[in-house]
Write a protein of this length. Structure first.
Length: 332
């Protein structure tokens, strides 16, 4: 295999010291424009690739950041990850991806690996009950942006959608369309403090309680299969149920499949509302009414928060809550 080109090789070709080459590569100043151009020409000619880990030991910056998500099978995350990666690239940083399958132990391994590779910071969709794990890294000096949860620590920022308001909006819409016997298929992976959708669902009922019956809530895995099982349980409990709010669009799609299998028409017999507005939502039949979470806005906010944590450490940052909107389609 060809010998790897080193910083010293570049210095020898240009006729300057290795330290001068290092200053040029790291844009530290202390050199003339003529020297800078000679070094950059030699870097290109020789194909020199700076050792990011070695640079990180000196500058404490590796130019890399991490994105840690729950699962790659949820269509919401890959589309968001692509946008976050683009934003990181625009800022001159390389993105590492990792999936935890919402497993706290797996998340611990991922964070340990990213920390050992000297990433400049991480964006995390946290696994269940892992806030202490994340704040521990933040206190050790790792900039951490938490999505869809709250914590308070140095080097930490929180960005979330106003899911409670979105769920209340969805519930009021179901009531406004004449539904009065409502149910919700919630997520079994959400701890009590992160059940914003459930709180919003119940709040919407309280705000609009015009003859609505007491609601039914079941908790399932946030998947198509979970939605199918959840809808089956709701129909078994309340055969007259006529409106369902689902934790996410995958659950809602599963719920519509189960309703059809039980001989119920959507929306004639049962109206269904999802949450996320993944691309599939407008393609299924009937097209799904859903609470839209603005992925471009989220990617902008989390990358901005991370870059600010990296570039200006130690400054407290207020939590950011992003607005949502209801997209009405055929399922209601």
């Amino acid at each position: 295999m060809p010998k790897e080109v080193t910083l010293r090789d570049v210095a020898t070709q240009v006729g300057v010291s290795p330290r001068t080459v290092s200053r040029v590569v790291n844009d530290e100043g202390g050199f003339s424009e003529a020297t800078r151009q000679k070094v950059l020409d030699a870097v290109e000619q020789l194909g020199y690739q700076p050792n990011m880990l070695a640079r990180g030991l000196i500058t404490r910056r590796s130019g890399t950041v991490g994105l840690v998500g729950g699962g790659m099978t949820d269509p919401f995350f890959p589309a968001l990850a692509e946008r976050i990666q683009r934003k990181a690239r625009e800022a001159g940083r390389t993105m590492f991806f990792a999936s935890t399958d919402s497993d706290p132990a797996r998340q611990a391994d991922v964070l340990k690996s990213l920390w050992s590779h000297a990433v400049d910071g991480v964006i995390v969709f946290p696994a269940l009950d892992t806030i202490d794990q994340l704040t521990s890294y933040a206190r050790r000096g790792l900039p951490v942006v938490i999505v869809d949860d709250q914590a308070d620590a140095p080097n930490l920022a929180c960005v979330s959608f106003d899911l409670e308001a979105g769920a209340a909006m969805a519930t009021r819409h179901l009531l406004d369309t004449g539904r009065s016997r409502l149910g919700m298929i919630a997520s079994s992976l959400s701890p009590p403090r992160r059940r914003n959708r459930e709180r919003g669902f119940l709040r919407g009922l309280r705000d609009s309680a015009a003859g609505a019956s007491p609601p039914e809530v079941v908790r399932m895995l946030p998947t198509v299969e979970g939605g199918e099982t959840g809808m089956g349980q709701l129909i078994d409990r309340r055969p007259d149920i006529d409106g369902v709010f689902a934790y996410n669009d995958l659950v809602a799609i599963g719920a519509m499949r189960a309703a059809k299998a039980r001989g119920r028409r959507v929306p004639d017999d049962i109206a269904v509302v999802g949450c996320d507005d993944i691309d599939m939502s407008s393609l299924v039949t009937p097209a799904l009414t859903t609470v839209r979470l603005d992925r471009p806005l989220l990617s902008e906010e989390v990358t901005q928060a991370l870059h600010e944590l990296i570039d200006t450490p130690g400054i407290p940052r207020d939590p950011v809550k992003l607005p949502v909107e209801l997209v009405v389609r055929e399922s209601t």
